[in-house]
Design a protein around this ligand. Structure first.
Ligand code: SF4
Length: 373
């Protein structure tokens, strides 16, 4: 029986891949710029010191694949204002509670002021909360990429089946391919020399759901290799090697390193479930990227009774970022966390001033945790 954990953490394999990557890059004669879209990969790269190992050979450009980081200020403000509605329980995942809104307050601050704000580990926990509090409105603030969307779809269907009248959802689920396309079309990224992207390490967990199919367009249209990768050190090193190979051979295709979990078609059952409950939003704002067309989902009319955005209208403050926070640039991959004047001094994981320092998938938090000061 194979021990997957140790097989994909094998130091000898990492060393062998390091040698091959460096040999190939030396033949190329230039540094290779790779964007890892997903915050989980940023975390792995920092944790295992892969950036240090390949220093001078591979430049990792950290992408926007952290769901908490990309929530724009206006959405954080929306969660805060919804939580203030009398007789309401606002539920969401842990990290989001700590992101400061326009008035510098987070949901966690609100909770200490007496508002009923609750952290849930699974969105399905909100079903029980709604049943136990029939006199209150329970609002689930849903965030996440394609990985968590099916579970929110299950929540909405279950709430309907159970006839719950006091549970609703704010849908903030975002879509990976639209963001990749936006980045590739961005003038900042196209400016070869300053910030460039030679290739992508494609997200692993997201691709379990959507498959490798949606990435073929980018590889072909923008001539960028995409390798869907796992998260262990051997996975990441192997993916880098596959990318370097493609560049060396003048190819730009989609390859799947994470074959133990990701297929071409993805999880069709989950895709069907998602399309039953959600439809595309025409536009959605991402922190750092701005308005990205067709990059998020909204709840279909057939489930409108469970759509908190239709049920509750709240007045929002004018969105106000911390003036010195450069999260937007970090998310676009055009600045490093260490370029921020507040990094590691005023802004730390215990006192985050921007979303990238809150989530463990955020680039600022990863740099802080793994001491890239
Ligand atoms: Fe924003 Fe803090 Fe990161 Fe600076 S270190 S960009 S303030 S989150």
């Amino acid at each position: 029986q194979i021990n997957i954990r140790s097989e994909f953490k094998d130091e000898a394999k990492v060393k062998a891949l390091e040698r091959r990557i460096k040999e190939d890059i030396e033949k190329l004669g230039r540094e290779v710029y790779i964007m890892e879209f997903c915050g989980g990969h940023t975390h792995s790269i920092m944790k295992y010191g892969i950036d240090e190992l390949l220093k001078g050979y591979v430049r990792f450009v950290h992408g926007p694949g952290c769901p908490v980081c990309v929530m724009p200020m206006q959405r954080i403000d929306l969660a805060i204002e919804l939580a203030k509605i009398p007789n309401t329980v606002l539920c969401t995942y842990g990290d989001l509670l700590r992101v400061p809104g326009s008035n510098r307050k987070s949901l966690l601050n609100l909770r200490s002021e007496g508002y009923d704000v609750r952290m849930v580990y699974s969105c399905l926990d909100t079903l029980k909360i709604a049943q136990e509090n029939p006199q209150k409105e329970v609002i689930f603030f849903a965030i996440g990429f394609e990985t968590t969307t099916p579970q929110t779809a299950v929540l909405i269907q279950k709430a309907k089946d159970m006839g719950l009248k006091n549970l609703s959802v704010v849908c903030n689920h975002v879509i990976t391919p639209a963001a990749i396309q936006y980045i590739l079309n961005s003038p900042e990224i196209r400016e070869i020399g300053k910030v460039r992207i030679d290739a992508f390490i494609g997200p692993g967990h997201v691709s379990v759901i959507i498959g490798t199919k949606p990435y073929h367009y980018f590889a072909e249209e923008f001539q960028k290799p995409v390798v869907i990768s796992g998260f262990e050190p051997v996975d990441v090193m192997q993916s880098v090697y596959m990318i370097v190979r493609q560049i060396k051979e003048g190819r730009a295709v989609v390859e799947n390193q994470y074959t133990r979990f990701v297929s071409y078609e993805g999880n069709s059952k989950a895709q069907k479930l998602v399309s039953e409950v959600f439809e595309l939003r025409k536009e959605f704002e991402w922190r750092g990227l701005g308005i990205v067309p067709y990059s998020a989902l909204k709840i279909r009319r057939s489930y409108e009774d469970f759509d908190a955005e239709r049920r509750f209208i709240v007045e929002l403050p004018k969105p106000k970022e911390h003036p010195a926070c450069i999260c937007g640039k970090v998310i676009r991959g055009v600045a490093l966390p260490t370029d921020c004047k507040l990094f590691g001094t005023v802004c730390t994981p215990s006192n985050p001033l921007g979303s990238c320092m809150v989530s463990s998938e955020g680039a600022c938090a990863a740099y802080f945790k793994y001491k890239r000061m």
